[in-house]
Design a protein around this ligand. Structure first.
Ligand SMILES: Cc1ncc(COP(=O)(O)O)c(C=O)c1O
Length: 357
């Protein structure tokens, strides 16, 4: 059985699993903001439409300027992508044919992009129950690598690496050839602290952000990378002209200037995540710590979580399988933190599961 390699679009999972899809499905496999896009953005949609007759600005100048102001970074250190996913492919192309090192478990797109550009891939594994960067192993592997991918806060574990360890990695790899890519697609769920503040000090650092997750705009496709002018100008060689559409550019500019949505979201997510962890542990499930809008959980009585995944799917609740996450291999389920009412539906289904065990 070949399960889909990403969360969201639950129909694909139902089909691949041979489970009949009920009429109503609650999708906990998608890890975007459960509050949806901010109201102010929805109110402005219609006003963005007038731009679609013209080609968008290929440099995305206004959006780049807004991102630059947010992080106090000059425009020549910023490159926009059609989602962070496109940036991952630019980076893999930049490292084409060279060794790629991936800290696992990790977003599957790093490996797919690297393999597409013939990079031999090596992994450095971190167990979710001992979440520390294996600094020496990583620095050793990075010596002859073209690129190192590291995701913090991590998808799929929801945990963050210690900042001092990342700085130490940057120091240890300073005279290697490797670009150190830190994927911060979820950084704003964990607080305001971004590693972007280190790009001046470390020219081989590239920090990736996505607007998809916090702003629930997966369909718009907006991501960006911040790095040294040298790396940015090389990545630009792979950027198709007009890669970010006109509506996305306007949304990106407005989102970069927003100061409210992330804070409001964090308040909801933090309290719901803590509540869910408590309740699930009381029911006898194992739950990993997390600083973001999803967490790993499992039924400790099962090695492979498929029976629980299918049980929930039959009840219209879809969690994210972890079969294609190296090091998790189906032994955990990734679960989004949603609104209280939806989280309660998950709790009710899991209470029923526990009662029948
Ligand atoms: C860790 C991580 N990085 C990057 C991406 C890609 O984000 P985008 O929607 O901006 O392409 C995702 C999407 O799931 C992700 O989980």
């Amino acid at each position: 059985m070949n399960l889909p390699s990403h969360g969201a679009n639950p129909s694909h999972l139902y089909k691949a699993s041979g489970v009949d899809e009920p009429e109503k499905v609650l999708d906990f496999s998608v890890n975007t903001n459960p509050l949806g896009p901010p109201d102010w953005l929805k109110e402005r949609w219609a006003g963005f439409l007038h731009t679609i007759e013209d080609y968008p600005d290929p440099t995305g100048q206004k959006a780049v300027a807004a991102i630059g102001e947010k992080f106090d970074i000059p425009y020549d250190r910023i490159l926009l992508g059609n989602g962070a996913a496109e940036i991952i492919h630019f980076i893999a192309r930049y490292a084409a044919g060279q060794k790629a090192v991936i800290v696992a478990p990790a977003f599957s797109e790093y490996e797919e992009a690297c393999r597409a550009y013939h990079c031999p891939v090596e992994f450095v594994s971190v167990p979710p129950n001992n979440w520390h960067l294996p600094l020496d192993e990583l620095a050793e592997k990075a010596k002859d690598a073209g690129v190192v991918f590291l995701c913090t806060p991590n998808n799929p574990t929801g945990q963050s690496f210690q900042e001092k360890d990342i700085v130490s990695l940057l120091e240890k790899t300073g005279d290697s050839n490797a670009m150190i890519v830190i994927d911060e697609a979820f950084y704003d769920f964990a607080g305001d602290n971004s590693l972007v503040k280190y790009v001046n000090a470390f020219p081989h650092l590239a920090v990736m952000h996505s607007m998809t997750k916090m702003y629930a705009v997966a369909g718009l496709r907006i991501g960006y990378v911040i790095s040294s002018p040298g790396i940015i100008s090389k990545l630009k060689n792979y950027q198709p002209h007009w890669n970010v559409n006109a509506i996305a550019l306007q949304a990106a500019e407005a989102i970069a200037r927003d100061e409210v949505h992330a804070g409001k979201t964090r308040a909801l997510i933090d309290s719901e995540r803590i509540r869910m962890k408590d309740k699930l542990e009381q029911l006898g499930f194992a739950v990993m710590p997390s600083s973001v809008n999803f967490y790993l959980m499992k039924e400790p009585l099962l090695a492979d979580q498929k029976p629980l995944l299918h049980y929930l799917m039959e009840r219209g609740i879809v969690l994210r399988h972890t079969e294609n996450f190296r090091g998790l291999d189906g032994m955990w389920l990734r679960t989004a933190v949603k609104k209280e009412k939806d989280n309660n539906e998950l709790l009710n289904a899991l209470t029923e599961w526990r009662n029948k065990c």
